[in-house]
Design a protein around this ligand. Structure first.
Ligand SMILES: NC(=O)c1ccc[n+]([C@@H]2O[C@H](COP(=O)([O-])OP(=O)(O)OC[C@H]3O[C@@H](n4cnc5c(N)ncnc54)[C@H](OP(=O)(O)O)[C@@H]3O)[C@@H](O)[C@H]2O)c1
Length: 229
């Protein structure tokens, strides 16, 4: 039986990943900020629901300490936006974005993938996989035209965390991959987005089923095609 750890598991893409991983028989450890206010996740009843604020190192440590045994798949999915941090998108461009808020977003969306993976390392072994849910906006090519510095910079940091983890963990047999999940109908993606959470999560999970370790450090779209950096 496989064990899968998913962050930001109480709604959106994370919740759907929990559902699909449970459906295929994985033991799922779900991290979310408020386990007592996660009705849809509680209804799915994964093996563990554990409090996790990915922007807080003490919380990341206590989350990973609650996990026992080997972890086959870690999905660093939790993420937020400038609007969630109280900033009008109009004020998020590179000529206006407040630096402190930009740093907050980089910590939550970018560096958290390093923090969670590092702390979970004792549970990762040869054959384990780490999936970082980034965004096409973190790509230099696509991000150049997206007038939201904090989000773009935070996902660019996550992309760098991905390639550096891939290098450091390659010899240990642990694969690390960045995924653009597509434009997905969630609170973040909005109702006019292209993809359902089902399509996005199913694409990511089936891509990882056949993923070859020699491709560690890749940047992929949800459907398994390669995304430019
Ligand atoms: N939807 C899209 O079109 C799209 C496109 C590209 C990339 N992405 C990425 O995909 C991931 C999932 O996004 P989504 O569309 O499912 O967004 P969503 O519906 O807004 O869900 C975001 C999830 O992340 C959690 N989260 C936020 N800040 C957190 C923190 N500090 N600690 C722990 N959990 C935190 C949220 O928990 P709370 O309920 O506690 O806030 C929620 O569970 C994100 O990394 C996002 O950047 C999404």
């Amino acid at each position: 039986m496989s064990t899968t750890v998913i962050t930001g598991a109480n709604r959106g893409i994370g919740l759907e990943l929990v559902s699909q991983c449970m459906e295929r028989g994985d033991t799922v450890v779900a991290g979310c900020r408020n386990p007592n206010d996660a009705p849809e996740l509680s209804e799915l009843a994964p093996a563990q629901i554990v409090a996790l604020d990915v922007g807080n190192e003490a919380s990341v440590e206590s989350f990973t300490q609650s996990i026992a045994g080997p972890v086959d798949l870690l999905i660093n999915n939790a993420g937020t936006s400038v609007s969630n941090l109280g900033l009008d998108r109009e004020l998020a461009g590179v000529l206006k974005a407040p630096i402190d808020l930009t740093l907050d977003l980089i910590r939550i969306n970018g560096l958290s993938a390093a923090a969670v993976t590092r702390n979970l390392l004792p549970h990762l072994e040869s054959g384990s996989q780490v999936v970082n849910i980034t965004s096409q906006i973190g790509s230099m090519v696509v991000g150049a035209n997206f007038n939201d510095l904090p989000y773009a910079a935070s996902k660019a940091v996550m992309n760098m965390v991905t390639v550096q983890l891939a290098t450091q963990l390659k010899e240990a047999g642990i694969s690390v991959v960045a995924f653009h999940p597509g434009w997905v109908r969630t609170d973040m993606g909005g109702s006019s987005a292209d993809l359902s959470v089902h399509e996005s999560a199913a694409g990511i999970l089936s891509t990882m089923k056949t993923f070859r370790h020699e491709d560690t450090g890749s940047f992929l779209r949800w459907d398994g095609t390669v995304h430019p950096w």
